[in-house]
Design a protein around this ligand. Structure first.
Ligand code: SF4
Ligand code: SF4
Ligand code: FES
Length: 238
C-alpha cells in the first residue's frame, strides 16, 4: 500500500500545514497516523488523546475540513485517496499544533449550570427512578456526551456569536433539567434562557450531524426552549 500523505497543522492560529509521509497499515485510525508522526518524524508535534476507544473525548480534531473524534475515525473512511489534512478544532483558541484551549467550552458548560445540584444528602436513601419514566428517558437521550467539542466546532452560531453557550453545554443542561434528583432546575432554566442561551440556536442541525455519539443536541435545545417559554409564562424566570 502507498504511504499516506498527511498535512498537519503546526504552530498557533497563524501557523501552517506541514506534510509527512506515513506508512499505511490495516485498520489504521487518524489518531494512529498523528501518533506515528509524533513518534517517528517529529517529537515536537503536540496533540491530545487519552483512551483511544471513544470514551474520553480528548482526541477531536478537524479531519479533511470536518470535526471528528480521531481515535474512532478510520483512514479508509476519510482518506481513500491517501491524502489527509488534520488541524485543531474550529471555534476554540489554538494552543499549539493540534491542541485547542478547551477553557471557553467548559466555561460555557458552567454558565449553563452543567453541574449536578443534589437535592438529597448521602444520608438519604438512594433515589429510585423507573427506567421507563418520561424524565429518565429524556435524560438518557443526551447523557452519553463525552465532551469532545465536535458539535461546538461544527456550530456556525458559535462561530458568529462567541457568547452562545453551544450545543454541548445546552445538551448537558437538558439532561439535568430532566434529572428528578437535581435541585438546580429553576436557576439552570434561567441561565439557559438568558442571552446567548437556547434561544440563540438556529436549529440548523450541524451538531446532530457531527456528534460521534449520535446524540441530538438540537432536540435537547428544543426541549429547553419549550421549558423556558413555559417557565416564563408562569412568571418563574423574572
Ligand atoms: S442546531 Fe443549534 S446548536 Fe446545533 S449546530 Fe445549529 S445552531 Fe449550533
Ligand atoms: S454532544 Fe456529541 S459532539 Fe457534542 S460534546 Fe457531546 S459527544 Fe461530543
Ligand atoms: S482518545 Fe478518547 S475519545 Fe478518542
Amino acid at each position: 500500500m502507498p504511504d499516506i500523505q498527511v498535512s498537519l497543522w503546526r504552530g498557533t492560529a497563524n501557523g501552517r500545514y506541514q506534510t509527512f509521509s506515513v506508512p499505511r497499515r490495516e485498520s489504521q485510525t487518524v489518531l494512529d497516523v498523528v501518533t506515528w508522526v509524533q513518534r517517528n518524524a517529529d517529537p515536537t508535534l503536540s496533540y491530545r488523546f487519552a483512551c483511544r476507544v471513544g470514551m474520553c473525548g480528548s482526541c477531536a480534531m478537524t479531519v479533511n475540513g470536518r470535526p471528528r473524534w480521531t481515535c474512532r475515525t478510520h483512514i479508509s473512511k476519510v482518506a481513500g485517496d491517501g491524502r489527509l489534512e488534520v488541524g485543531p478544532l474550529a471555534n476554540l483558541p489554538v494552543i499549539k499544533d493540534l491542541i485547542c484551549d478547551m477553557q471557553p467550552f467548559f466555561d460555557k458548560w458552567q454558565t449553563a449550570k452543567g453541574a449536578f445540584a443534589p437535592s438529597a444528602s448521602r444520608a438519604d436513601p438512594v433515589a429510585t427512578i423507573p427506567p421507563s419514566s418520561a424524565p429518565r428517558r429524556a435524560a438518557d437521550a443526551g447523557i452519553e456526551c463525552i465532551t469532545c467539542a465536535v458539535c461546538y466546532a461544527a456550530c456556525d452560531t458559535v462561530r458568529w456569536n462567541p457568547d452562545y453557550l453551544g450545543p454541548a453545554a445546552l445538551n448537558r443542561a437538558w439532561t439535568l433539567v430532566n434529572d428528578v434528583r437535581d435541585a438546580g432546575g429553576r436557576e439552570r432554566l434561567a441561565a439557559v434562557a438568558a442571552r446567548g442561551g437556547c434561544h440563540t440556536c438556529h436549529s440548523h442541525q450541524s451538531c446532530r450531524e457531527h456528534c460521534p455519539k449520535a446524540l441530538n443536541p438540537v432536540a435537547s435545545i428544543a426541549g429547553l426552549k419549550r421549558r423556558a417559554a413555559a417557565a416564563y409564562l408562569r412568571g418563574e424566570l423574572g
